[in-house]
Design a protein around this ligand. Sequence first.
Ligand SMILES: N[C@@H](CCC(=O)N[C@@H](CS)C(=O)NCC(=O)O)C(=O)O
Length: 216
Amino acid sequence: MSKLEILGRHTSYNVQKVLWLADELNIEYTHTQIGGRFGGTDSSEFLRMNPMGKVPVLRHGANVICESNTIVRYLAASFAAESWMGTTPFERSLRERWMDWSIGNLEPAFVGVFWGFYRTPADKRHRKSIESSVKACEICLRQLDNQLGNNHFLLGSVPSLADIATGVFLHRLWEIELAIEFPDNVRNWYDELSKRPGYKRWAMSDFAELANRTGY
Ligand SMILES: N[C@@H](CCC(=O)N[C@@H](CS)C(=O)NCC(=O)O)C(=O)O
């Protein structure tokens, strides 16, 4: 079987999606910390793999795969993880709509909070913009809450790529010292995710080194 190598610092929520899924699927992999304080994303070797200079990157034998949501789809497809990605086009669409929504809605709202507040020193923060990002996050959390209902996960009783792409943001939103309203179903979902070893190990890992750090 081809060797699997995950490249990217584990403090990146995009890298965490990949590490978390790899643990869920019990895949053997090596992990190399790249980016952030580790540097390395501007080396010519790295830029040949990902011209965007961003992590995560997955190397699987001769294949190089970039973009976190693309990587988790690739892993699920390569390791026959039907329940994670769905089998029919319609089942896949139910997962992918949350993956796309996450990039277009949840991630920008999260970034406004995480970069605007946590990664920016207090004297440089823009209060109004943080407030509007908190509101945007709360709208997203309510949309997730409606989807969850009483289910453990977004698509029902088992986790899927929809949970990977969106759940990775929850821990930081919960931990950050801002009053962000977590609706009940989202709170229960976060509890459920917290019980999963891969989520706990990666998505709940310490991120204090990113405080007040405006550069990568
Ligand atoms: N859309 C890309 C975004 C990748 C991205 O922006 N990664 C950030 C970390 S979250 C990065 O590489 N930053 C540079 C660094 O960490 O040095 C993905 O989902 O993979």
